[in-house]
Write a protein of this length. Structure first.
Length: 159
């Protein structure tokens, strides 16, 4: 050691201990709380929407079974009548009874067509096809697609 050099008598620098990741700071706990609340709220909304649209899924399954039965035994009048009854029951679940129950004929078709795009609307022959002895010439594929489109995409009013 050199007495003339004061730096030589200093001890080497000590590095501090590394900062651990646990426990996290309060901000991280708050962020975790917000994320958990957000995930819970999202799960609640998804579950509520799923339950709210259960009638649509049941109606689509019933429509598919009606279509399968029609393809096996094509009776146009019965098929139109069954689709009309299915659409009426779905509308009674989705809309207030006072605005749906008494509708029939042209008013009923117009009510259904309001929820459909122009290329997928029910034809005017649908109005009274279920009540006629000889069913008019209707494209049943178009009626099926229109019913399917309406069931999937109608805007239900909350009760």
């Amino acid at each position: 050691m050199n007495p003339q050099d004061p730096l030589a008598s200093l001890h080497p620098l000590r590095t501090p201990a590394l900062i651990g990741w646990w426990p996290p700071a309060a901000g991280w706990w708050l962020l975790l709380l917000f994320v958990l609340v957000g995930v819970a709220a999202l799960a609640y909304m998804i579950r509520r929407r799923y339950k709210r649209n259960a009638y649509r899924r049941r109606a689509l399954l019933q429509l598919q079974s009606l279509h399968t039965a029609y393809l096996a035994e094509p009776d146009t009048r019965v098929y139109v009548s069954q689709i009309n009854a299915l659409l009426k029951s779905v509308a009674l679940l989705a809309y207030p009874r006072t605005s749906v129950a008494a509708q029939h004929g042209g008013h009923w078709r117009e009510f259904l067509n309001r929820g459909l795009p122009p290329d997928a609307q029910l034809p005017p022959a649908f109005d009274d096809a279920a009540y006629q002895r000889a069913c008019p010439d209707i494209d049943m594929g178009q009626v099926h697609r229109a019913a399917q489109q309406w069931i999937k995409h109608h805007k239900a009013t909350p009760p």
